[in-house]
Design a protein around this ligand. Structure first.
Ligand code: GLU
Length: 307
């Protein structure tokens, strides 16, 4: 349960049905938490404009169909805006935020700071004069946008040890805390909610490995504990690309249409993890988080019928 022992979590974005890769990550997250007698909590990352309410229900139903359960109510980020505002205000009062007027093109075209990897924020708006800020706001107004808020970081690297991927070092640039359209940025809300939900263990896909040093940096600034991290491999198609809708039947509903029921999908996911389990309970009995490996799982989707 949420509380003293801490929890693992699964935090999908309800912008589509979960595909087999998402379901596999969810099963691992659940089994990691339960195998260590942690709670397991569910969170809907529903701040983005791509979110559709119907996917909240279908995602939860699919997770349940696989035998994944969770403690307490599902947390919706859309109901947490005052909590995020409070943290933004705190950071602002500490002088740690500044307005950024850069467009994507501005960032692309600016020379990157020495030692910073490509794509890092070059610091363009970090030390502007009041007059320059006024000009920046006016420039954005014409595009009907507002400034983003960025965190004034030390632009250094941060190293942590992932339980699957091992030691990982990321460069911390002045990353976005609140986007130009007013939406709170993923790194902020993930950190605030992991703390709020007493998350001691984060299991998620390894496309987010890169974000983790930033999240740890923010946890340290806010005085939050850092959870243990397990970044598990993405599922890829036969070309080695990240699995997507165009790959055919990839969700439980689509696979069922192709004659592959939930039990078969479960068995396939379990097999990919070296388990002969037929149910989540059986899977948990023999699950050992320390055996998780880095290699991607290649999934061949049955062709969807074209009628
Ligand atoms: N909502 C993110 C996703 O669906 C996951 C975020 C996280 O686990 O921290 O990719």
């Amino acid at each position: 349960m949420m509380g003293m022992v801490g929890s693992g979590r699964y935090a999908p974005s309800p912008s589509g049905d979960l595909h087999v890769g998402n379901l596999r990550t969810a099963l691992i997250a659940w089994a990691c938490a339960r195998s260590k007698d942690l709670g397991f909590v569910m969170r809907m990352e529903d701040l983005d404009e791509r979110v559709r309410p119907q996917y909240v229900q279908s995602q939860l139903a699919d997770l349940k169909a696989l035998g994944i359960d969770w403690d307490g109510e599902v947390l919706f980020q859309s109901e947490r805006l005052p909590a995020y505002e409070e943290v933004v205000t705190q950071l602002q009062e500490r002088g740690l935020l500044y307005e950024c007027y850069c467009t994507r093109a501005d960032i692309r075209e600016a020379p990157t700071a020495p030692h910073a990897p490509p794509g890092s924020y070059p610091g363009t708006c970090r030390d502007l004069t009041e007059k320059e800020r006024d000009e920046g706001r006016k420039k954005l107004e014409i595009m009907s946008r507002g400034p983003a808020l960025r965190l004034r970081t030390n632009n250094d690297t941060l190293t942590f040890t992932d339980r699957v991927c091992g030691e990982f070092t990321g460069h911390i640039d002045d990353f976005v805390i609140r986007r130009g359209d007013g939406v709170m940025a993923y790194n902020l809300v993930a950190v605030v909610d992991d703390e709020y939900q007493h998350v001691h263990q984060v299991v998620r896909a390894d496309d987010l490995l890169d974000s983790t040093p930033r999240q740890i940096y923010l946890q340290q600034l806010l005085g939050f504990a850092t959870p243990e991290y397990y970044h598990v491999p993405l599922v890829v198609n036969e070309q080695g690309q990240r699995l997507a809708k165009r790959d055919g039947a990839v969700t439980l509903a689509q696979l069922a249409e192709q004659g592959m029921g939930t039990e078969k999908v479960f068995a396939m996911i379990a097999t990919s993890l070296g388990s002969k389990a037929e149910t989540a309970t059986e899977f948990l009995e023999s699950f050992d988080p320390s055996t998780l490996r880095r290699g991607p799982w290649t999934f061949t989707a049955p062709e969807t019928s074209q009628n």
